[in-house]
Design a protein. Structure first.
Length: 145
């Protein structure tokens, strides 16, 4: 099985950005953590991060061409604004788990809407970077059924 870990704007700034909310671990730490877990459970993971909405749409479309089995997606701020990302997920029909590092439901009002959620099989919030590993396990579980 082959998975795509897709991250939206400012996730490349992990470690530096608002550590009280997102912690001290870096984006590279996140990649290493997920990569290590993927090796342990014997699946392949690809990573992509972009600060641009259209590039994320392109990457989702490319995932279809690559026969990606599942997407672990933190759309970051685009979660709350992007119908284009929702439509891209619907277009490709790839099982997707939405991940947020922080507990978005306990934050500002403008973070309470998630457009992509409508195309996701599950949402994980507030589990820090561990949430990505949990999302991978969830996808493997669902796809092994
Ligand atoms: C986030 C939450 C979003 O509201 C925010 O814009 C982010 C990160 C999270 O992982 O907690 O950039 O998706």
């Amino acid at each position: 099985m082959k998975f795509l870990v897709l991250n939206g704007p400012n996730i490349n700034m992990l470690g530096l950005r608002e550590p009280a909310i997102y912690g001290r671990k870096t984006y590279q730490d996140l990649l290493s953590m997920v990569e290590e877990h993927a090796k342990e459970i014997g699946v392949e993971v690809l990573f992509y991060q972009s600060n641009h909405e259209g590039s994320l749409v392109d990457r989702i479309q490319q995932a279809y061409e690559e026969n990606i089995d599942g997407i672990i997606f933190n759309p970051a701020a685009y979660t709350h604004t992007s119908i284009a990302l929702l439509d891209a997920l619907k277009a490709v029909g790839i099982p997707t788990v939405e991940v947020h590092i922080s507990k978005v439901e306990e934050r500002e009002d403008f973070r309470q809407i998630s457009y992509v959620r409508k195309a996701c099989i599950k949402t994980i919030t507030g589990h820090g970077l561990k949430g990505y590993v949990e999302a991978l396990d969830e996808l493997v579980k669902q796809l092994s059924k």
